[in-house]
Ligand binder design. Structure first.
Ligand SMILES: Cc1ncc(COP(=O)(O)O)c(C=O)c1O
Length: 378
């Protein structure tokens, strides 16, 4: 085996600070000198800019992407007695949020090519819940890894069965269907600004996005004790606010986001061209643009391949090694659609995320490609 040239990591968070250091430092100073640290001008400005960037009407900043889902569901009036359909092949946060909103999750299998919810299995599950006297209310479609789910298929099911369509865009800032970005297709969408995300804060952050003004206003109240105005709660709420420091820094990061997504796509295109003959590379549905939060390949010998790449100085990750329905906190308790979880379980054994971020250098991409090809041959 050739010696390690240098380490190529999965992500490089310091690089995103260095790329905009002067502007970020200025934003921090501005907030520190303002004397206003929670829900002020910075958050309002970022909400406007982010909504515009998404092509949506309204954005409401919250504390993180998990809370964004909770606030979205509560804003829609989804809670106790309601069934919310989502996937098991996701960050556990998606399912946790459903339960924290008081609703019941039903997990549905994914399509093997896109790792997103399978519409045919979804519809069968919705009908089964209806027939058994349950109350299907919403679908949370996760645009996993940055690949849009089958938006049209899911929107159609939601229309016919009168379900809310919630988009979990935590991994998909900048993913597109035709000319429109994810987050603009459903009734409401949730975003995470966890530092590793395509738009990452320097701490926690999240937002909901919607075209519906009344819904946005309800969500804005829910994030702060249900306040209509200071000290007057018209509804029950919680505390989940995007703070001024994170909002100010996100505003700076947002200016560079388009460029960073182009960089991700260009690294992905180089991986695709070089690796396609050697292992299973990401498939992209026609008419969509992947945002490559993660570049995920699959291999029947995933763990051995990851270990060999690590020895060569290539960092990898597994998203996700244990489906939610196998997690100790959920196994045997969370409802699973009767079509089963064959694709989810196979994906959890085979998926491997290669280094992917906006600051990969040409030589990093080369080193990953060379190492993967050599290790696939050996
Ligand atoms: C698909 C998905 N949904 C929700 C979340 C939750 O976001 P946060 O970590 O900001 O709460 C994440 C982040 O890990 C995610 O990847």
């Amino acid at each position: 085996m050739s010696p390690v040239k240098r380490y190529v990591s999965m992500v490089d968070l310091k690089a995103s600070y260095r790329a905009q250091e002067t502007e970020i430092d200025a934003a921090i100073k501005r907030v520190m000198h303002s004397g206003w640290y929670i829900l002020g001008q910075e958050c309002a400005a970022f909400e406007q800019d982010f909504a515009r960037w998404c092509g949506a009407h309204h954005a409401v900043g919250v504390g993180n992407g998990t809370d964004a889902i909770i606030v979205a569901l509560r804003g829609l009036g989804v809670g106790a007695g309601d069934t919310v359909f989502t996937v098991s092949h996701t960050a556990v946060a998606t399912v946790a949020a459903v339960e924290l909103a008081g609703a019941t999750a039903m997990l549905v299998d994914i399509e093997p090519d896109t790792y997103t919810i399978d519409p045919a299995k979804l519809e069968a599950a919705v009908k089964a819940v209806k027939n058994s006297g349950g109350r299907p209310r919403a679908v949370i479609a996760v645009h996993l890894y940055g690949h849009p789910c089958d938006v049209e298929g899911i929107a159609d099911i939601c229309r016919r069965h009168q379900l809310f369509f919630v988009e979990d865009c935590a991994q998909a800032h900048g993913a597109m269907l035709g000319d429109a970005q994810v987050g603009t297709f459903g009734d409401i969408a949730s975003f995470s600004f966890y530092p590793t995300k395509n738009l990452g804060a320097f701490g926690d952050g999240g937002a909901i996005v919607t075209r519906d003004r009344t819904l946005a206003e309800r969500c804005a109240a829910i994030r702060q004790y249900g306040w209509r105005e200071r000290y007057l709660s018209d509804q029950t709420g919680m505390n989940s606010r995007l703070d001024e420091l994170q909002a100010a820094m996100l505003g700076v990061r947002l200016k560079r986001l388009d460029r960073e997504i182009v960089a991700r796509r260009s690294a992905a295109a180089r991986y695709d061209a070089a690796l396609a003959g050697h292992l299973h590379t990401p498939q992209v549905r026609s008419g969509v643009r992947h945002a490559y939060h993660l570049y995920v390949v699959r291999s029947a010998e995933r763990d051995a391949l990851a270990a060999r790449l690590k020895a060569r100085g290539i960092g990898t990750g597994v998203h996700y090694p244990v489906p939610v329905h196998f997690q100790k906190a959920y196994a045997g308790r969370v409802a699973i659609a009767s079509s089963g979880m064959a694709e989810t379980e196979r994906a959890s054994r085979e998926v491997l995320s290669l280094p992917m971020h906006a600051f990969l250098q040409d030589e990093d991409v080369e080193q990953v490609i060379e190492s993967v090809i050599s290790e696939c041959k050996s």
